[in-house]
Design a protein around this ligand. Structure first.
Ligand code: UTP
Length: 303
């Protein structure tokens, strides 16, 4: 049910996937720990959650949880060394990730899919609405998508997905939403009438791809418990959202709204888009950008 006074505090970050597209880098490290210039993707995602007011972060981890835990913990030896050297700038960088949020962990025994990873958060989340953020998508802090989604959840209730228009030939890489206008709302807020996971161009009901930010009603857990493995033999979050859109009454937490994102998103999900994201973000940085841009201009002449 809609509740404009509702306060969301919890964010769930699934990081238990196998990350096969990045092997061998992800053999012993979760792909969410891959650096985006010099910061692990997952730290940028936690910073985004905190900026939206969500400072209780649950990470769903898999077999390689150690680097994640270490990253969000204090690093006594490193801190002492940097302190002794008087290197306060780097000391601050090392301490920042441990101070960001209250970080918790839950284990997903087997990587049975994103829907299953979210279900692993049920006990921690309880009966509150919560956000899910995927490290594959980085949202520029200048375009606060999650804050907008939380506002929509408060006003309209139900669950909220982030949508982005993509070229039709790329839609098979995403979950895809069929949408309808929502009278009285701005044109970035739409009703989601159907969802299909990774459809072919012919099957795709629109060019709206579901990207890696969700604000979910806790009724999603009851639905996920009953969701059978779908595409790829995995329990798909998209399938549970489809049930919430179609079969669950608004009074019982059903209904799905889409927020169409037109801001800056950096896709780090596969090797090519990851490289593009790193170059774009490094080019924008004050410390690295000027030299990198000059070098890139010269480099492209040689291609
Ligand atoms: P992906 O579909 O990108 O899968 O997961 P993946 O296994 O990580 O990567 P590839 O395709 O093998 O390279 C989307 C998000 O869901 C998490 C992943 O960690 C990623 O953040 N996930 C996926 C889980 O936590 N558990 C799962 O069982 C599956």
């Amino acid at each position: 049910m809609a509740d404009v006074d509702e306060i969301l505090t919890k964010a769930v970050i699934p990081a238990a996937g196998l990350g096969t597209r990045f092997l061998p880098a992800t053999k012993a490290t979760p792909k969410e720990m891959l650096p985006v210039v010099d910061t692990p993707a997952i730290q940028l995602v936690v910073e985004e959650a905190v900026a939206a007011g969500l400072d209780d972060v649950l990470m769903v981890t898999g077999r390689n949880k150690r680097p994640l835990e270490d990253h969000f913990d204090i690093a006594a030896e490193l801190e002492t060394t940097l302190e002794a050297k008087g290197d306060t700038e780097r000391l601050h960088l090392v301490q920042r990730s441990a101070d960001l949020a209250s970080v918790h962990y839950v284990r997903q025994g087997e990587p049975k899919g994103l829907g299953h990873a979210v279900l692993c958060a049920a006990r921690h989340v309880g009966h509150e609405a919560f956000a899910v953020l995927l490290g594959d998508d980085l949202i520029d802090p200048r375009d606060p998508l999650l804050t907008r989604m939380i506002d929509v959840r408060r006003r309209l209730g139900g669950s909220v997905v982030a949508l982005m228009e993509v070229p039709r030939e790329q839609i098979h890489l995403y979950g895809c939403a069929a949408v309808d206008v929502l009278p009285g709302e701005d044109d970035d807020v739409v009703r989601v009438t159907d969802l299909v996971e990774k459809p072919s161009i012919e099957e795709a009901p629109s060019s709206y791809a579901v990207i890696g930010r969700y604000v979910l009603d806790p009724s999603v857990f009851t639905v996920l418990e009953k969701t059978e493995p779908g595409r790829g033999g995995e329990i798909q979050l998209t399938d549970a959202l489809r049930t919430l859109a179609h079969d669950v009454e608004p009074g019982a937490g059903g209904g799905v709204t889409g927020v169409v994102f037109r801001g800056r998103r950096y896709d780090t999900g596969d090797r090519l888009s990851y490289l593009q994201a790193v170059v774009r973000l490094a080019c924008e940085r004050e410390d690295l950008g000027p030299e990198l841009r000059a070098w890139l201009k010269e480099f492209v002449q040689t291609l």
